[in-house]
Unconditional design. Structure first.
Length: 195
């Protein structure tokens, strides 16, 4: 009798629906979103940008981002440096693997920009990103948390609110867990300034 109750109890536990794998990534995604919102609240958001690009093997990345006004600025002899914060949300997609064809990502990245000409700058950023899963197509990225390293160039059109740029972004977990294949994307960036 005791044995049958134990077996029934174990069977009932096994029959309970398990939470979907995607729900366990919801907390870190929300945490990064809250951190991004708090950071942007401290510094006024001044630019909205859209990025589209491709990676090796047919992977692609579409991102929507909001940048703040500079949180730090330093004038040089014939140029200037500044730092802005960027909060982003996007989607990466694989060319195959229908079960894990795409992942959503949110991130927060500080960007240092060197304005070597009045309207043109080089930018470099390292930030934190959370992906909605750990499989993308046939690729296992092992951790939902990924560092994002970006380098790019941008040009603001004088007398216009528009900016055009190009950016290379590499996502990786810095070998926190293996496999760590990384993701590389070259993206075109179009931005609209509210200032």
């Amino acid at each position: 009798m005791h044995c049958n109750c134990f077996i029934k109890s174990r069977t009932a536990q096994a029959a309970k629906p398990q939470p979907k794998q995607s729900t366990r990534f919801l907390r870190p995604v929300l945490a990064v979103a809250v951190l991004a919102a708090a950071s942007l609240a401290q510094a006024q958001a001044t630019e909205l940008s859209a990025l589209w690009g491709d990676g090796r093997g047919g992977y692609n990345n579409t991102t929507l981002a909001v940048q703040t006004s500079p949180v730090w600025t330093h004038a040089l002899a014939h140029s200037k440096l500044d730092v802005v914060l960027e909060a982003s949300v996007g989607q990466v997609a694989a060319p195959s693997g229908s079960a894990h064809r795409s992942l959503t990502h949110v991130g927060l990245t500080p960007f240092a920009r060197w304005w070597f000409a009045p309207q043109t700058a080089l930018e470099f950023g390292i930030g934190a990103n959370v992906f909605s899963g750990t499989y993308l197509g046939g690729k296992q990225i092992s951790t939902a948390y990924q560092f994002g390293d970006s380098i790019g160039v941008l040009h603001r059109f004088a007398g216009s609110p528009w900016t055009l740029g190009a950016r290379f972004t590499h996502y990786s977990n810095a070998d926190i867990k293996r496999p760590n294949p990384g993701q590389d994307y070259v993206q075109v960036r179009v931005a609209y300034s509210f200032q």
